[in-house]
Design a protein around this ligand. Structure first.
Ligand code: MN
Length: 214
């Protein structure tokens, strides 16, 4: 999201029932139209009275929130992260996903994990190992190297480059999977839009050339 205040809720790019049976209509409806929408609304309300931050991009808000005035600092941390994370989450799901990464991402997965099975295993371990609410991530660094990260609450892995994220807040799966986070992860994995993730990785190659050199 290159956007800045006022933020808007991106529409779900497919029908609410398009991901069933892995993610059912009720889960998608509440997750997108209630939870995601609330992060957008709350972020706008927090920033409304602070025009000095209206030019800040979403990424800047997510990364530089410690510089914000104290009255909105924690709220913006939580809600800007909520907007950023859910934007990527819904964008990287597809009703008819391709099964594997392609192109440069496929090569990087082979180099950094061995194969896609090992990638899934590492990301699942992060998803299940996140105590309480949070996220599991596939990210790349300045050199294009891939890694798995986990973040609590609505924190992001920025300034690393997020490629793919699994929401492990209970609101992402409880209506359908109750306490079975592992079953939810396996179902979510079947919906990953690898063409899109592969394209994002290729696009990041341009940004990586601007990374600071050690
Ligand atoms: Mn969520």
């Amino acid at each position: 999201m290159e956007a800045h205040y006022p933020f808007t809720l991106p529409p779900l790019p497919f029908a609410y029932d398009a991901l069933a049976p892995e993610l059912n209509e009720k889960t998608m409806l509440f997750h997108h139209d209630k939870h995601f929408a609330a992060y957008v609304d709350n972020l706008n309300k927090l920033l409304e009275g602070h025009p000095e931050y209206h030019t800040w991009s979403l990424e800047k808000l997510c990364q530089d929130w410690p510089e914000l005035t104290e009255d909105i600092r924690q709220g913006v941390r939580n809600n800007a992260g909520g907007v950023y994370n859910h934007d990527l989450y819904f964008k990287t799901l597809a009703p008819t996903p391709a099964s594997t990464p392609s192109g440069a991402l496929a090569n990087a997965v082979a180099r950094d994990f061995g194969d896609v099975v090992a990638l899934k295993s590492a990301m699942k371990a992060a998803a299940l190992g996140q105590f309480g609410s949070g996220w599991a991530w596939l990210v790349s660094d300045c050199d294009g190297r891939l890694s798995i990260q986990k973040t609590p609450n609505q924190d992001t892995p920025l300034p690393l480059f997020p490629l793919l994220c699994c929401d492990v807040w209970e609101h992402a799966y409880y209506l359908q999977y109750q306490n079975r986070r592992a079953d939810y992860f396996d179902a979510w994995w079947l919906l990953v839009d690898w063409p899109r993730v592969s394209q994002t990785y290729a696009e990041h190659a341009a940004s990586r050339s601007r990374c600071p050199q050690p």
